[in-house]
Design a protein around this ligand. Structure first.
Ligand SMILES: Nc1ncnc2c1ncn2[C@@H]1O[C@H](COP(=O)(O)OP(=O)(O)OP(=O)(O)O)[C@@H](O)[C@H]1O
Length: 700
């Protein structure tokens, strides 16, 4: 039936591979299918199948643009089955949001689904709750969402602004001289004031002692400002646009609009760039993507690169992963890496290669590691008289339009990792009209400059070429100056290497790059596991609080948190056995407030835990102990606070929350946190030790 409907509704004759893929999704698997194999329609077949079984389906896309595009593109197909479809984007009105969630199948960016869960947790009227069913989720780009971003917290925040002294700190560190007042480690993850720097800062602050108790706050602010100044680089780690800091996602090298660093650091970077502070005073709640997905009864998904993370997917979500072979065999030629001793020779060689390949009219897609690098490559190509289209900081729809043209004859497109993902590159332009000429020239040629943090990301770039049996080539140009090597094998930094004068060969260099990549993969894996381990107890506690909250919101249990004292107050105000909406609001206010404070305490505990644990046992155990202890008697404290407010209310004869001093945040907003860009405190401590004991090179 799917085949007949797809043909009639979309003019697409489904391949067997797509039907097999859809069956696997219907069986609750993650499916690996190559780029351009038609995963969108495969997902739609499965979604319609689930919907026809009476299940409620959400399709997680990676951004607004794709949610809308896929929903609109597939809607005739769903109509053919009598299945309703909706989509959700950022900033959507409540009413439209509700209607879209009520459809049988909903396309929604994963972040929006998470933010809606968080917003729902803070509703005070039962009828306001969005109540979307978390039944089946089909995750597009499953490895990126379910693994790479699994531990990213989505955050709901509310409250005012602050952070004046950040500005002074930023001005002060700007006057410090690198190498004299402060020193940055070789791997660029740590910075510390020298003795001279400490003296200078203390004098500038009017003679405080940074290292006694009174100076401690100053020291923290200065340190964060110094991190922002020395370790985070404009146009590499972030860009400034429309008066705001926008993070560049390191693993994808593209702008991540909704992301922030932890608050203090974010504010420090804003101060560094002289921007207005957007500091948040209160985090209302947060949820990781893994916890969000874990709420669905059935999880399945698709991706071009899922097999390498099959084990992790099984571990974390209990799903099995399999591969559906391509409709036509892949004939793309993946050339061995070309390795160079340093960045200049690497860039020169890559440029020569690009110029040579361009002569035949072959379209080229150049993958770079950062926004700055993509601009540099474009500039250099310009010097060679070649025009290139640079794909970075654009919005998703523009990116898609540009990437769709990347297969045109003679076109050079420079992209950061994953820019324009989800959009197919057809040979001979978006309509494929010039395909023959481009095929004759050898198809799309993908050139990677520097390898990424995982083999999977490299493969995603390679996979842009050779879709559906097209000809194509991929090749990576690497060097020992690559960020990957610098960060993970700091001992091989160019200066040290020159000092040792080690002979350079392509084989050893490639081995080193491979090794650095494996270290990066391992580190990422470990740090994800670590983040998740630390979120287990808070997640459990959150569930307990949410259960209470839901009960209070329901008409039958709205007096759940009222003790004897509170009941007496309510009876005095309202008469026996009556509960007013305001009583519920007061209950929820205190419940939420205590939860926010508890979360705050947990965050502080987590930040300090690595220092505290140095002398003691396992930091995770210690953290869990603190978390359990702090949560003991939680409900009792909430109940007491509610009783106190109600007694006060009875004395004043009003339940109006304003005069009772209960105010909920008037605005809320949402964002994602990139946890510690310099590595976990553990890693940094490890680096510190490593650097302290590193043997001095012959230079010194
Ligand atoms: N059975 C089919 N016959 C012909 N064309 C198809 C078929 N299935 C999909 N296509 C076309 O292939 C192109 C790629 O589809 P789609 O974007 O879904 O690929 P994808 O697998 O999601 O790729 P990516 O990995 O880039 O996201 C689309 O233009 C679509 O119309």
């Amino acid at each position: 039936m799917a085949r007949a409907v797809a043909w009639a509704a979309l003019g697409i004759d489904l391949f067997d591979s797509q039907l097999v893929g859809a069956l696997a999704l219907l069986d609750g698997h993650v499916v690996q299918m190559g780029t351009g194999e038609g995963k969108t329609v495969t997902g739609a077949v499965a979604a319609a199948g689930y919907a026809l079984q009476g299940r409620s389906v959400q399709l997680f896309s990676v951004n607004d643009y794709l949610a809308r595009r896929d929903a609109e593109w597939m809607s005739p197909f769903y109509r053919g089955f009598g299945v309703g479809v909706g989509w959700i984007g950022e900033g959507e009105e409540r009413e439209r949001r509700r209607a879209a969630y009520a459809a049988d199948v909903t396309y929604v960016p994963v972040t929006e689904a998470g933010f809606d869960v968080l917003r729902d947790r803070f509703r005070t009227e039962p009828e306001d709750v969005e109540l979307f069913v978390q039944d089946v989720v089909i995750v597009d780009e499953a490895d990126a969402v379910l693994i790479d971003e699994a531990s990213t917290p989505l955050v709901l925040a509310g409250g005012g602004t602050g952070g004046v002294s950040q500005r002074e700190a930023a001005q002060l560190v700007r006057t410090l001289v690198p190498g004299v007042d402060y020193e940055v480690d070789a791997d660029g993850r740590n910075v510390a004031l020298t003795d001279r720097g400490v003296d200078g800062v203390e004098a500038a602050l009017g003679g405080v002692n940074l290292f006694d108790a009174a100076g401690h706050d100053h020291l923290t602010t200065i340190n964060v400002a110094l991190h922002a100044q020395a370790l985070l680089h404009r146009d590499v780690d972030y860009i400034v646009r429309d008066g705001r800091i926008q993070l560049v996602n390191a693993s994808r090298g593209r702008i991540a609009r909704l992301q922030r660093w932890p608050d203090g650091l974010h504010a420090a970077v804003e101060a560094k760039e002289d921007l207005e502070s957007s500091t948040v005073s209160e985090i209302l709640d947060s949820i990781t993507i893994q916890a969000l997905v874990g709420r669905y009864r059935t999880v399945c998904g698709m991706s071009g690169t899922a097999l390498p993370v099959a084990e992790q997917l099984a571990d974390r979500y209990g799903v099995r992963t399999g591969e559906v072979g391509p409709h036509r065999p892949v004939i793309r030629e993946d050339l061995p890496d070309r390795a160079y001793p340093d960045a200049p020779s690497q860039l020169r060689a890559a440029l020569e290669y690009i110029v040579a390949e361009h002569r035949s009219g072959r379209p080229l897609l150049v993958g770079t590691g950062s926004v700055a690098q993509s601009e540099q490559v474009a500039e250099e190509l310009g010097r060679c008289g070649l025009d290139a289209v640079v794909l970075n900081a654009k919005n998703d729809a523009d990116e898609a339009a540009i990437i769709a043209r990347a297969g045109e004859h003679g076109r050079i497109t420079i992209s950061t990792q994953m820019a324009g993902r989800g959009t197919d590159i057809r040979l001979g332009g978006a309509d494929g009209s010039d395909a023959e000429r481009v095929i004759a020239a050898g198809g799309l040629c993908v050139v990677g400059i520097g390898r990424y943090d995982s083999r999977r990301l490299d493969d995603q770039l390679r996979g842009r070429a050779g879709r559906q049996g097209d000809p194509g080539t991929s090749v990576f140009f690497t060097s020992l100056d690559d960020d990957l090597v610098r960060r993970h094998l700091p001992g091989f930094s160019p200066s040290l290497r020159k000092a040792y004068d080690s002979p350079f060969t392509t084989d050893t260099a490639t081995e080193l790059v491979d090794h650095a990549q494996r270290l990066a993969e391992g580190l990422q894996h470990r740090s994800h596991r670590n983040t998740l381990a630390f979120s287990e107890v808070p997640t459990e506690q959150r569930l307990a609080v949410l259960r209470l909250r839901t009960a209070v919101l329901s008409a039958e249990r709205d007096d759940l948190l009222l003790n004897g004292e509170a009941r007496t107050a309510v009876d005095a105000l309202l008469g026996r056995h009556r509960i007013h909406a305001s009583v519920r609001e007061i209950s929820l206010h205190h419940l939420d407030q205590y939860w926010i404070e508890h979360l705050d305490m947990l965050t502080a505990a987590r930040e300090g835990i690595h220092l505290r644990s140095l002398a003691r046992d396992n930091p995770l155990d210690e953290y869990n102990r603190i978390a359990y202890r702090a949560f003991e008697g939680f409900a009792g404290r909430v109940t007491d606070a509610i009783a106190a407010t109600l007694t006060h209310a009875a004395a004043r004869g009003t339940l109006d929350p304003e005069p009772l001093g209960l105010r909920r945040p008037s605005t809320t907003w949402t964002y994602m946190v990139i946890e510690d860009p310099f590595g976990s405190p553990e890693q940094r401590f490890g680096n510190l030790l490593l650097n302290a004991f590193r043997p001095a090179g012959p230079e010194s």
